[in-house]
Design a protein around this ligand. Structure first.
Ligand SMILES: CC(C)(COP(=O)(O)OP(=O)(O)OC[C@H]1O[C@@H](n2cnc3c(N)ncnc32)[C@H](O)[C@@H]1OP(=O)(O)O)[C@@H](O)C(=O)NCCC(=O)NCCS
Length: 163
């Protein structure tokens, strides 16, 4: 692995916000004027309620990010008692296909195990096909009974993995 995964530093939050919005908007997963774009860009609030991880290469370039939610609270959307969650997984387009996304998800799984959780859940859009393959490769399964809609017209799928 030519990159490391570690907690993000506050002076990286602006870049992490840009990377996350660019990954979602650039892939056509979200319209540039969607109100959720601002939530993706504003890393400060999620860093207060979740553990924001960064993937960086040997030169310190930011390759990807994810927000691990281990303690529930306001930032958790679908985690049940005893379950962790992660959100806002994104990898820089030029850095894709090198296992960065997989390593970020594995870091969340490792942290969840360390914390004694029984599994991990997440929400995802129907259009995020690359992410779905990654989740299934790592053992996540669809739990359609937990699919939900944060706002009318946005239908999210839930994937869950039980340890
Ligand atoms: C989903 C995402 C995080 C995956 O990141 P990644 O670092 O490319 O992940 P990996 O390298 O671990 O695996 C990516 C897959 O693309 C393949 N791939 C190979 N070369 C690639 C390339 N140049 N570009 C993209 N994917 C490539 C990998 O082999 C792997 O294939 P598979 O899933 O069919 O087995 C990334 O595509 C992304 O940021 N997408 C937009 C945001 C998103 O959908 N987030 C999920 C929120 S729920």
């Amino acid at each position: 692995m030519d990159f490391t995964i570690r907690p993000a530093e506050p002076d990286e939050y602006a870049r992490i916000g840009e990377l996350t919005t660019a990954a979602y908007v650039g892939d056509g997963l979200l319209a540039a004027d969607d109100p959720y774009v601002e939530r993706l860009r504003d890393v400060g609030p999620r860093a207060r309620q979740a553990r924001v991880l960064a993937a960086v290469d040997g030169e310190g370039a930011l390759l990807g990010t994810v927000a691990y939610v281990g303690e529930g609270g306001l930032f958790a959307e679908v985690a049940r008692a005893g379950e962790a969650e992660f959100r806002m997984l994104a990898v820089e387009p030029d850095a894709r296909g090198r296992g960065v996304g997989e390593a970020l998800v594995r870091a969340c799984l490792a942290r969840a195990r360390e914390q004694g959780h029984g599994g991990v859940a997440l929400s995802t859009q129907q259009t995020m096909a690359a992410a779905h393959r990654l989740y299934e490769r790592l053992g996540f399964r669809r739990d359609a009974s937990r699919d939900w809609s944060p706002v009318p017209g946005v239908d999210l799928l839930v994937y869950a993995l039980t340890f």
